[in-house]
Design a protein around this ligand. Structure first.
Ligand SMILES: NC(=O)C1=CN([C@@H]2O[C@H](COP(=O)(O)OP(=O)(O)OC[C@H]3O[C@@H](n4cnc5c(N)ncnc54)[C@H](OP(=O)(O)O)[C@@H]3O)[C@@H](O)[C@H]2O)[C@@H](O)CC1
Ligand SMILES: Nc1ncnc2c1ncn2[C@@H]1O[C@H](COP(=O)(O)OP(=O)(O)O)[C@@H](O)[C@H]1O
Length: 281
């Protein structure tokens, strides 16, 4: 397989599936998103993601955090809610109350994050795993792959990809490596880069070149993961949610351009969503 066999990402692929709110709906019908934060000094990445998930339409977004991080999160958030947890079992219970959970951004590279990630995979309706939730399975990938039984998306950059799928990027082209990773893990895999590749376990492959080099800034991947998790929490198919998230992320960055910081991305979403809304059938 070469990159020429990948479909090119475009709104026509997923805009017809966009989860617009029903006229007679309410926030719980739109879908609840949970985002797991790290400890007190490592909460910003998850907050960027939760805000993006709320902006893209989740009816509720809640930060699930260690008790030590409750006050720092509460001091920053208004629309996003906060629920502390102390054990993986307690996180599993919180995850069951959502339609989608994101874990990984600044979660910490330690055994707690590994156990929390396994709890999310087993108990959340859908999951997005990014950053440390991938890194913690270096040399333990069977534990990760065996726990993936529900719709999920893994969103590694190259460094994280190498930890979970060692050697693939050396042996294969990037599109081939992404397709192999999806088949091996049983998950949608979104390999980030200037060309972002999205593959499904059944061999589907989409290439997203609709982006901007100004996305090379701390936290922009956290926002992408939050947007994808927010769409999945609204019931959108995981593969198309990943494609939609990647395209919208790139479009927002093109609109903002030089000076972009990650905080800007979610706040640029309403203008883009209004254009999409005007185009709906
Ligand atoms: N606001 C916040 O709180 C933020 C918190 N954040 C949190 O920080 C934590 C660390 O995350 P991280 O991604 O910076 O570092 P890490 O997992 O150690 O990997 C870096 C290593 O991988 C390699 N590498 C290869 N390709 C690469 C690529 N394309 N992009 C990047 N790296 C690439 C690279 O090697 P190199 O290519 O330089 O040789 C390097 O050695 C994590 O919890 C994250 O969520 C961030 O989200 C920012 C905002
Ligand atoms: N040169 C580039 N051109 C286009 N997109 C880029 C470029 N560099 C990085 N990106 C995008 O920016 C995001 C960075 O995510 P990530 O590496 O996880 O950073 P962070 O952990 O700081 O959030 C990814 O979506 C990636 O595709």
């Amino acid at each position: 397989m070469t990159s020429s066999t990948a479909e090119t990402n475009h709104p026509d692929l997923w805009l017809p599936l966009w989860p617009w709110p029903e006229p007679d709906g309410h926030k719980h019908k739109r879908g609840a998103l949970g985002v797991v934060t790290g400890p007190a000094a490592s909460t910003g990445a998850a907050r960027l993601a939760a805000r993006a998930g709320l902006r893209i339409g989740a009816g509720l977004a809640t930060l699930f955090c260690p008790p030590s991080a409750t006050l720092v999160n509460a001091a920053h958030e208004t629309a996003v809610m906060i629920k502390p947890f102390s054990t993986p079992d307690a996180l599993a219970e919180l995850a069951e109350g959502t339609r989608g959970v994101l874990i990984g951004p600044a979660a910490g590279v330690n055994s707690e994050t590994r156990e929390n990630t396994l709890a999310v995979l087993r108990h959340a309706g859908t999951s997005v795993l990014d950053a440390d939730a991938l890194t913690v399975f270096k040399d333990r990938t069977d534990d990760l792959f065996n726990a993936i039984t529900r719709p999920s998306v893994l969103t590694p950059h190259d460094g994280e990809f190498e930890r979970v799928f060692p050697g693939l990027l050396d042996q294969y082209t990037r599109p081939e490596a992404t397709v192999i990773a999806a088949a091996r893990s049983g998950s949608i895999v979104l390999l980030k880069g200037s060309e972002t590749l999205i593959a499904a376990p059944d061999g589907r492959l989409t290439a997203n070149r609709h982006a901007s080099p100004f996305l090379a800034t701390a936290g922009s991947g956290d926002v992408l993961a939050g947007m994808i998790a927010g769409l999945m929490a609204q019931g959108m198919d995981a593969y198309r949610a990943a494609c939609a998230g990647a395209w919208c992320h790139g479009e927002l960055a093109r609109r903002i351009g030089p000076g972009l910081i990650s905080e800007d991305l979610a706040d640029a979403l309403p203008a883009l969503l209004s254009e999409f809304y005007a185009r709906r059938a």
